[in-house]
Design a protein around this ligand. Structure first.
Ligand SMILES: Nc1nc2c(ncn2[C@@H]2O[C@H](COP(=O)(O)OP(=O)(O)OP(=O)(O)O)[C@@H](O)[C@H]2O)c(=O)[nH]1
Length: 323
């Protein structure tokens, strides 16, 4: 061997050595999807030895592979002679490998980004392509975790922890939204504010924990009586609010009386204590002369306090002329 040839052979040897050991999968496919090269990364993760993979169709080695998808992707690389990419967000993996990383052990399989590179022959024709496979499991798992916890945060920040109803902030936003919708569409909605009667007595007699159990139970009964479109929130301590969408005061009254009776007949169990509570409910149908959503709340609140003054455990309707 001449000196020049020997150097070339050395270069080739180093290149093969490097391809064998890099932490990226390298597969070379011909136009018939037959494997022409298979590096160490592919051997390690697929469990298929290079000598067994060579001259096999890639679809024989990976029987579950989405053949249609890969052919479509590769065809464009062969035709356009351009590189193509896939990212895990679009397609979690091309080659299904088990994930064996200790840190991101939660993922069942390896997330992959892949690059498809056209390889030209000596005449400049693309007759093969290289698929480079990058293990991006760590990045993917971290990103998915962050997305999951931000979705959880979103729910948390709009939910009252004790009752699992909407909290006051979120509920009030919903009320504003409904108020503006009325201005646009003139669709009637009714606001209900209700409060547990003599709730202080429950706490004083049975303790705060029993009081919490009562709040939870009242919320449960409330949820049971709601329609899909109704929006219920915990307004404050033992005060609750409901927007009854597309409902007038008369129908709201029927709803409130049903709810009031359901709560009254409910026996709340906390340890060996049994507690029963009643509620007072104020009803206010939206009115064209209302200028702010705050006035809507005030009307319902006035009706609620009228119930308290008139003996509690009842529903009253407020009307605009009471202003
Ligand atoms: N257990 C418990 N109690 C709460 C919570 N938030 C507010 N409270 C209590 O609710 C009670 C409200 O009492 P008041 O405003 O005097 O009203 P009330 O006793 O319900 O009487 P009326 O509304 O006039 O029928 C207070 O004792 C508060 O401490 C809570 O999250 N858990």
């Amino acid at each position: 061997m001449q000196m020049h040839e020997q150097e070339q052979f050395q270069d080739f040897h180093w290149m093969i050595e490097m391809l064998q050991t890099i932490d990226v999968g390298v597969v070379i496919l011909d136009k018939n999807y037959v494997v022409k090269s298979w590096n160490g990364f592919m051997e390690n993760h697929s469990g298929v030895d290079g000598k067994d993979a060579l001259e096999q169709s890639i679809f024989t080695i990976f029987k579950e592979m989405d053949e249609f998808w890969l052919r479509h992707k590769a065809d464009t690389v062969f035709k356009l002679k351009n590189q193509a990419f896939t990212i895990w967000e679009q397609n979690p993996y091309i080659f299904k490998f088990k994930n064996n990383r200790p840190i991101t052990g939660v993922a069942d399989f390896m997330y992959q980004n892949c690059t498809f590179i056209p390889i030209k022959d000596t005449r400049g024709e693309v007759d093969k392509l290289a698929v480079l496979v990058y293990d991006v499991t760590d990045t993917a798992v971290n990103k998915l975790d962050a997305l999951r916890s931000s979705a959880k945060l979103k729910t948390l920040s709009r939910t009252d922890v004790l009752t699992q109803l909407y909290n006051r902030g979120y509920w009030e936003e919903a009320l504003k939204h409904e108020f503006n919708r009325y201005i646009r569409t003139q669709n009637i909605s009714t606001l209900v504010m209700f409060d547990i009667d003599h709730f202080k007595n429950v706490n004083d007699t049975h303790g705060h924990q029993a009081g919490d159990a009562a709040l939870k139970e009242v919320s449960r009964v409330l949820k049971e009586n709601l329609r899909e479109t109704d929006i219920a929130g915990r307004y404050g301590g033992e005060e609750f609010t409901i927007i009854l969408v597309d409902t007038d005061a008369e129908h709201a009254m029927v709803f409130c009386e049903r709810l009031r009776k359901a709560i009254e007949s409910c026996v709340i169990q906390y340890l060996d204590i049994e507690v029963q509570v009643t509620v007072s409910l104020g009803v206010y149908e939206i009115h064209p002369k209302l200028v702010t959503h705050q006035q809507w709340i005030e009307g319902a609140d006035t009706a609620l306090y009228k119930c308290k003054n008139d003996g509690r455990n009842q529903t009253q309707i407020y009307s605009y002329k009471d202003h």
